[in-house]
Design a protein around this ligand. Structure first.
Ligand code: SAM
Length: 233
């Protein structure tokens, strides 16, 4: 495995939290669904699908979705959600992908690329499995996060860092790679993607008042992730 964070030990807790949290249920996932747009009849690969909430939403909108994740516990949860016939497998985004060239119309990658030190190899693989003109729609930790939460840190230096989270009452340490925005955009263009959209979306207007922290009251947006729609050339 190419990542330091293994979700196996907190898969259930993460999945439960992700369902209804402001950051996932009312910000990240709705933003990805909106960026994906009309997905009827599209063949979509969900890279780092976790327990499959986005895959399920895209299936409900008429797409055919294949999902993979490096965590077996996450794939087991995704199978429960999507059913025994779902195309789900354990695989590592940091390794060659087990799919033929030109297999998918779109790849979605929610909150997974920030676990990878090297983006180019993975982006090349995604472009290989995408049909020409296909899209990669992704979200990652916003590059402002690391210097914001670690005052004095060098924004321009790709850096591995960890932070602690409580998911549904269970403590977990996540280890990520920070990289500046320019390193992201350079990797996209090197791998043969054209950048169509860069997005810092608002959270959903229907987020229940009780899950909005007091400091966000009266605001429509906060910065946590950055979203891209990339077109395979
Ligand atoms: C923050 S969770 C997001 C899960 C899902 N995309 C969602 O939005 O609900 C990150 C997921 O990426 C997976 N992951 C981390 N590194 C990975 C890698 N190298 N290859 C495949 N999956 C990976 C984790 O196991 C975890 O399920």
């Amino acid at each position: 495995m190419t990542q330091d964070t293994n979700y196996d030990s907190f898969a259930e807790a993460y999945s439960a939290e992700n369902e209804t949290s402001l950051i996932n249920g009312y910000y990240e996932r709705p933003a990805m669904i909106k960026l994906a747009g009309d997905v009827r009849s599209r063949q979509i690969l969900d890279a780092g699908c976790g327990s499959g909430p986005l895959a399920k939403a895209l299936c409900d909108l008429g797409a055919t979705v294949t999902g993979f994740d490096s965590s077996k516990a996450m794939i087991d949860l995704a199978r429960k959600r999507l059913g025994e016939g779902a195309q789900l497998l354990v695989a590592d985004l940091g390794q060659p992908l087990p799919f033929a060239d030109d297999s998918f119309d779109d790849v979605v990658a929610s909150l997974v690329f920030h676990y990878l030190e090297d983006w180019l190899g993975s982006l090349n693989e995604i472009r290989r499995v995408l049909r020409p003109g296909g899209r990669l729609i992704m979200s990652v930790n916003h590059p402002i996060l690391y210097p914001w939460t670690n005052p004095g840190a060098d924004y321009f230096k790709p850096t591995k860092y960890s932070d602690d989270h409580t998911f549904n009452g269970q403590l977990a340490t996540l280890t990520y790679w920070h990289r500046p925005l320019q390193a992201m955009t350079e990797a996209f263009t090197k791998a043969g993607f054209q950048i169509e959209v860069v997005s810092e979306p608002p959270f959903s207007a229907d987020a229940p008042a009780e899950i909005i922290p007091p400091q966000f009251e009266g605001r429509k947006s906060f910065l946590s992730f950055i979203f891209f729609v990339l077109r395979a050339q």
